[in-house]
Design a protein around this ligand. Structure first.
Ligand code: ZN
Ligand code: MN
Length: 456
């Protein structure tokens, strides 16, 4: 389904006028909400818990401890890959990514290098543009470093509760052309992952973490530029948008001065509203990737992938298309109703109850969208009860109602015939037609009574 584009997809005027375009790619880390960690039995639900209480020899990286892969996490990444229209290679493996940092007890992170779980996907944006997905892989999260002051001394404390939590990484091709489009893509990805129920994607809790890369190319040249600037640790969609806007202006400024932007990693300073240099790529490490010897590689049977594919639920776009066909609502209303799976389910449950009380989908959608009803505060059936009560007192009755009933009977010969042949449900259809003709201003019970009399 395609909505009217609500976003300004054009890169800033300034770059276009200068004859350039921005090229943006994204890398998103998402913590999976499995019960246990990626390679040990420790609970993965660590948020808000006392430091170093979710630990064991495996996730502390003690010598001799051996990892065992979390099957559920692997299945979920494949599921997400399929939802992003990826190919699932039948062979995949884990690799060691070596680097030295205190948040990494083993001295390496178990990740995936050349053979990730999912590759070559695509996400269709609301304006029908395709953003290609390079890969989706699975790795383990690192420990958390806490910079604090203890006895007047600046120290760094380490909390290993997060170490080893399953972490899914989604990487896009540099197909994004504006900061606004980057934000829209991220919203879409978060919506899909939440629909799948595999992560809360809560940025405040760090379960969704964002990195962007951006460079400028002369418009009209399709080749990618030979540098890119990465911006790390962006913890909201708004920061992504603002950091990209700043960075595009900065790079254009350099180019206008005849300089080339450096290939480097930068951070975002929210207070100063600017990006700042962290390290140059020349110093970037060689991670010495090699296959993880303590974990067997993954061989899929085609039928196992098929089974996971079958378990895919209705995704936002499919749901939207169905809602459009089934309920004839406006696109804005649909977009709001399918925001989350819970909200969409709530709407459909209310429609089910509503149709027993002549309250139609449109009326329910209006209330849910315009009044922003908190779906956790009131059950669908209760909402319908309120709507029935609120309904205007019947104003059409007696002779006036009879006239309308006669007209509906005249205009719906087929339904009347059906009824006479014994198809009782035809009555419901006729009651519905009368409700429409009276704009709901007749009492349903009275309507039914009059209708049945006339039919007899
Ligand atoms: Zn553990
Ligand atoms: Mn990663």
């Amino acid at each position: 389904m395609s909505y009217k584009s609500i976003i300004d997809n054009k890169p800033t005027k300034e770059i276009i006028q200068a004859g350039w375009r921005s090229i943006i790619g994204l890398e998103i880390h998402i913590e999976l909400k499995t019960q246990s960690k990626m390679f040990c039995g420790c609970s993965a639900a660590y948020f808000g818990h006392k430091p170093n209480t979710h630990v064991c020899p495996v996730c502390l990286g003690l010598p001799g401890a051996l990892p065992v892969a979390n099957k559920k996490a692997i299945g979920w990444v494949v599921l997400c890959g399929l939802a992003l229209d990826c190919q699932i290679p039948l062979f995949s493996k884990f690799d060691r990514k070596n680097y030295f940092y205190p948040d990494l007890p083993k001295g390496y992170q178990i990740s995936q290098y050349d053979l990730p779980l999912a590759v070559k996907g695509r996400v269709k944006m609301d304006d029908s543009k395709i953003i290609r997905i390079t890969r989706v892989h699975l790795e383990e999260d690192t420990a958390k470093l806490i910079h604090a002051t203890v006895k007047g001394k600046g120290v760094t404390l380490i909390d290993f509760n997060r170490a080893g939590v399953p972490l899914m990484e989604v990487v896009t091709e540099p197909d994004i052309k504006s900061p606004q489009e980057a934000k829209e893509f991220l919203k879409k990805l978060r919506q899909i992952v939440r629909y799948l129920g595999i992560s809360d994607c809560d940025m405040e809790k760090g379960s969704m973490r964002l990195e962007v890369n951006v460079s400028l190319q002369k418009s009209g040249i399709s080749k990618l530029p030979d540098y890119k600037v990465e911006i790390k640790n962006l913890n909201s969609f708004r920061f992504v948008e603002k950091a990209l806007e700043y960075e595009i202006k900065r790079q254009l400024g350099l180019i206008k001065k005849g300089q080339k932007p450096l290939q480097e990693t930068r951070g975002w300073n929210e207070v100063e509203q600017m990006t700042y240099s962290q390290r140059w790529k020349e110093e970037a490490q060689d991670y010495r990737y090699f296959p993880e010897p303590d974990l067997p590689p993954i061989h899929w049977q085609k039928k196992e992938i098929e089974r996971i594919k079958k378990s895919l639920i209705e995704l936002p776009d499919e749901k939207g298309a169905r809602f459009q066909k089934q309920y004839k609502l406006s696109l804005d209303q649909i977009k709001s109703l399918i925001e989350s799976r819970e909200r969409a389910d709530y709407f459909e449950e209310a429609v089910k109850v509503g149709c027993q009380h002549q309250i139609d989908a449109k009326e329910i959608a209006n209330v849910l969208v315009n009044k922003r009803i908190g779906i956790e505060k009131i059950l669908p059936a209760e909402l319908i009860k309120i709507l029935v009560k609120k309904r205007i007192k019947p104003t059409i009755k007696g002779k006036e109602l009879e006239k309308i009933v006669n007209k509906v009977i005249r205009e719906n010969r087929k339904a009347v015939e059906d009824y006479k042949k014994g198809k009782i449900t035809a009555v419901e259809f006729l009651v519905g037609q009368i409700a429409r003709a009276t704009k709901g201003q007749a009492d349903p019970n009275q309507t039914r009574k009059v209708l049945l009399e006339k039919l007899r």
